[in-house]
Unconditional design. Structure first.
Length: 106
């Protein structure tokens, strides 16, 4: 008997639920991951004893899963202003002469 639209008796598998095969696969993977995590410290210590540089690289790569990376940002801006006036002051280094020139006549 095919499923008919609007059937109120049999609703089927709820939305988002996993079938048995997927559930079993996820359970198996999580068991393997747990086993790896239980022995991780010893494995890292063994790698560190044999090759400290590789152990450091591995630790840094694992930090990416714990500490979030900073997102790069690109900022673009456009300035639409005109230069209205440019003033150039040339001095000869003797400020006493210029003080007299700058003052207003009395």
């Amino acid at each position: 008997m095919p499923f008919e639209k609007g059937n109120k008796l049999a609703k089927g598998r709820p939305k988002g639920s996993l079938n048995r095969t997927t559930e079993q696969a996820k359970l198996s993977i999580s068991r393997i991951a747990n086993y790896g995590l239980e022995n991780f410290k010893e494995d890292l210590d063994r790698i560190r004893a044999e090759n400290p540089i590789e152990a450091a690289k591995l630790s840094i790569r694992l930090l990416e899963f714990i500490v979030p990376k900073k997102a790069s940002m690109e900022v673009k801006a456009q300035i639409d202003q005109r230069i209205q006036q440019i003033t150039v002051n040339i001095t000869d280094g003797d400020t006493s002469k210029h003080d007299e020139d700058i003052s207003e006549p009395s």
